[in-house]
Write a protein that binds this ligand. Structure first.
Ligand code: S3P
Length: 168
């Protein structure tokens, strides 16, 4: 294995797991959101506010197209599966879906004081739950490996990903 893409809802731990996985496998780590912020020269939240979500999705999709087969561990933003073209790209790549239940995701999002997420700010809890339900089948169809992360430590999750990756 020399490339792997992590997908999942906001708060699923894609960045945390991605970094640990990269360290364990000695592969480079690429955070799509972080890379986008560098390329856009502004935070994702500012970009959303200034240009709107559709423009953000276009930029996000262009970056995924460039990085979908790159060597390394790639952590994506939770909305990457919104675009059908992205889902097709993901199906052809090596993708792991980090499944976290919505209650744990919301709890983590509330506790995360470092990242400003425009959709988390603007949506009510009911709307977030609806978004989760809308996206869930898209995550499921886009990834070959599904990992339940609720209640597990990052080390346990990484171990499980590597074991499943070996089997596949
Ligand atoms: C988004 C998730 C965020 C970020 C942006 C939009 C989404 O990434 O890309 O705020 O639509 O779910 P994380 O999943 O890393 O929070």
């Amino acid at each position: 294995m020399d490339h792997l893409i992590l997908i999942g809802f906001m708060g699923a731990g894609k960045t945390t797991i991605g970094k640990l996985l990269a360290k364990t496998t000695d592969l480079p780590f690429i955070d799509l959101d972080e890379r986008l912020e560098k390329e856009l020269e502004m935070s994702i939240n500012d970009y959303f506010v200034t240009f709107g979500e559709p423009k953000f999705r276009t930029k996000e999709s262009q970056l995924l197209a460039r990085l979908s087969q790159t060597s390394g561990i790639v952590a994506t933003g939770g909305g990457i599966v919104t675009n059908p073209q992205n889902r097709l790209l993901l199906k052809e790549a090596h993708v792991v879906y980090l499944k976290t239940d919505i209650d744990e995701s919301i709890q983590r999002l509330k506790e995360d004081t470092q990242n400003v997420r425009p959709l988390f700010i603007e949506k009510t809890e009911v709307q977030l739950r609806d978004l989760y339900l809308l996206r869930r089948p898209w995550y499921e169809e886009s990834a070959q490996i599904h990992i339940e992360t609720t209640g597990k430590t990052p080390h346990e999750i990484v171990k499980e990903i590597l074991a499943k990756e070996k089997e596949s």
